[in-house]
Every structure is written in C-alpha cells, then in structure tokens.
Write a protein that binds this ligand. Structure first.
Ligand SMILES: [Zn+2]
Length: 395
C-alpha cells in the first residue's frame, strides 16, 4: 500500500506540474522566461540551483540544473520548453489550461513535451532526498521546434564549463519505447535572380523560375541516386536521405520573364550520409549548371543558397552508455528509430551519448486537442524512480 501511494503521490505531483507548465504559453515565437523563472523558483524551493543560458536577445533562456554531486558521469534529462502554435486549430478546451478527462491530460505541450519535463521536476524532491551518488541533470531548452536552437547553448556551456555527463535521455514522446536513432534535417532557401524582359522576347532576359526548375529537377535526380545507394539493412523508413521542395515563389506576371524565384527545400538525412557532401553537390550544380547562363545575361544574376537549419540526426549505437542505461532500468532490449527531429543528435555530435525515450505518442503532438495518457506519465514517473534509485546506489 505504501508503495502504491508513493507512486500515486508522484503521479499527482507530475500532473500538477504539467498543468503549471502548460499554463505558460511558450509557443516558440514567445519568450519562455516566465516558465524558466517558475521552474527556477520551484527548484530553489528544493535547494537546487539553476544555471541559465540566454539567446542573443535575452528573451529566451535554457535552464540547466544538477541534483547530486557536481561530478562527471551524470545522466541528463533533456526537454524543450517551447511548443508549436495553436493558430488555426480548433480545441475542445483551452490549450493553455490543463484538462484531465478520460485518463488523458489535454493541453498544448502535454505530449510534446511538458509532460516529460514536469515528471522530471516532480522527481526532484525524491532525488534531493536520496541523496544521489551519480548526478542527475535537468536540461530545459528554448526554440527546439524551430530548429533545435536553444539546446546548442546548453551543450556549449556543458562541454566547455562543466563535468561531462555520461548519457542524455531526451524525453520526446516515444510511448516509453527506446529510440536510438533519428534522421537529421537541413533546410535551405535558394534565391535565383534573373533578368526581367518582355515575355515576347524571352532571349533578352534570364528566367529565374526556369533556373529554379533546374534545381528542383536536380534534387529529384539526386534523391533517386541516394535511394539507389541506400543500405538495405538501414532501420530508417525510407532507408535513404530524402529531399522535399516545400515552398516556391517567384515571378510577377504571365508576360514578364521572371526576375526572381525562391525555393525552400530540405533534406532528411540518414545519419550515415554526409550532409556536407550532399550540400556540396547541390551548390556545385547551381554554380556550374545554372549560374553561367544567368550571368551571361546579367552579371548581378545568380543563385544564392542559404542554410536555414541544420539538425544532425542521431546515429543508432546499441553499445552507447545511454542505451545501456535505459535497457538496464527498463528491461527493454530492442531500440528503434523515429522519423521526427530531436535534440539527441546534437548531444551525440558533442560526444555525449543520447537516446530518445519519453511518455506519450508523437501521433498526438502538434495537433488540436493534444494529449498525453495519464498512464504514460505514470510509466515515466516509474522509470525516473528507477533512475533515481540507480543514481543513489551506482558507482
Ligand atoms: Zn518535441
């Protein structure tokens, strides 16, 4: 009975904290400072100090906190504080007021991923009381949903200034299944500048839309090439890197040779593909096959490609300390991969092994009436209880 009620207390604390976090509208375009200050105050109440790193404008912050000794070899619980917008979505209840019904917690971010962050925070009193021999760190970031921007500041701070942790658990929704890999993403904007002319005399101009079409055709071709070279044993679906042309805008009228065209395109990368090499192929195509014809008409014409985001994938590594720890604590022995982006690859790139493992299903993320099952929060709290026990006794 005592065990059951302890678990029940934990769960109720996690739900209350989820409500507290959901009440802060931390849509990525907003400041997240009110939430960060709220969390800082909560931690301070438990005698835990927080360390903040800010964005350049000072309107957003990451929070890092350590429970246990300030030594190397700790375990990081990592979550983002921002959420996607509710614009244009129809909700049955206020997205920023937690609504508990039918065994579910409804609200923006309940699933992705304030439920996880709240459950980690709910464990703080137990972690403090343990006390821990292996430190557990909390890493809460801003601007994950717009390109995993904030967490880079945490990683820079940790790798330069703090004892290195052994493993990171990124609590994105995986239905509490162990995820060891995801694809990386790079997003680009290519701007083609041509030379306008009357459409009756196309040879006097340089058509930016036609040049952009050349780029799009090349991406399609390169996509086929990558698919043909894919590793058949790859756990990813599809097993290769893929391109998407998401936005195109250009031209002014049917009777004017188009002067400009912008294309926003992206590539989802299997971790074994070389993102730089792929980017270089596209840049070389633009420089060698598109630009000469444009520049022949107008010296100022040309093709400029800017990289807007670069989030590395997570390379599956069943031997990593992060996978080993989650396996040990859960008994799970298979790890999978997911299609969505996450911060885990950035930690791995910095030399800190990471996995993705958290409550809720990605099917419920980003949608109207986002929810997480109470059972999933309970399972996460149970896991974090095991982690706390391990960190209390481990060497
Ligand atoms: Zn997320």
């Amino acid at each position: 009975m005592a065990v059951a009620s302890a678990a029940g207390d934990r769960l109720e604390r996690a739900i209350a904290l989820t409500a507290r976090l959901v009440a802060h509208d931390t849509t990525s375009r907003n400041s997240n400072l009110a939430l960060i200050e709220d969390v800082r105050a909560y931690l301070a109440d438990h005698g835990v100090e927080a360390r903040l790193t800010h964005d350049t404008g000072g309107a957003k912050a990451n929070l890092w906190a350590t429970i246990g000794p300030p030594v190397a070899g700790g375990v990081v619980l990592s979550g983002h504080t921002d959420v996607v917008p509710v614009d244009g979505q129809t909700w049955a209840s206020d997205p920023f007021a937690l609504s508990r019904r039918d065994g579910r917690l409804y609200g923006r971010g309940t699933c992705d991923m304030k439920g996880f962050v709240a459950t980690a925070l709910a464990m703080v009193p137990e972690m403090v009381a343990a006390p821990l021999r292996v430190p557990i760190h909390l890493a809460l970031s801003y601007d994950e949903e717009v390109g995993c921007l904030g967490v880079r500041g945490i990683i820079a701070d940790v790798t330069r200034n703090l004892p290195l942790p052994r493993a990171v658990i990124v609590g994105e929704p995986t239905s509490m299944q162990l995820i060891g890999g995801n694809k990386g993403t790079r997003v680009y904007r290519t701007t083609v500048t041509g030379l306008p002319a009357h459409s009756s005399l196309p040879s006097q101009g340089a058509n930016a839309i036609v040049a952009a079409a050349g780029l799009i055709g090349f991406l399609e071709e390169l996509g086929h090439e990558l698919a043909a070279g894919a590793d058949p044993a790859s756990p990813f679906d599809p097993p290769c890197s893929t391109f998407n042309v998401g936005v195109i805008e250009g031209g002014t009228a049917h009777n004017i040779v188009a002067e400009t065209c912008r294309v926003i395109w992206s590539v989802r990368l299997v971790p074994t593909d070389d993102a730089d090499a792929i980017e270089e192929r596209v840049r070389a195509f633009c420089a060698e096959r598109l630009e000469p014809a444009l520049k022949a008409k107008a010296p100022h014409a040309g093709v400029v490609t800017e990289r807007l985001t670069d989030v590395p994938g997570l390379s599956p590594d069943p031997t990593s300390a992060a996978e080993a720890l989650v396996r040990l604590l859960t008994g799970l022995n298979a790890s999978g991969v997911v299609a969505y982006g996450a911060e885990a690859g950035l930690f791995q790139q910095a030399g800190i092994p990471a996995v993705i493992f958290g409550p809720g299903s990605i099917d419920q993320a980003h949608k109207a009436d986002e929810w997480v099952a109470v059972d999933q929060i309970a399972a996460c709290a149970d896991f974090l209880g095991k982690l706390t026990d391990w960190a209390r006794t481990a060497a």
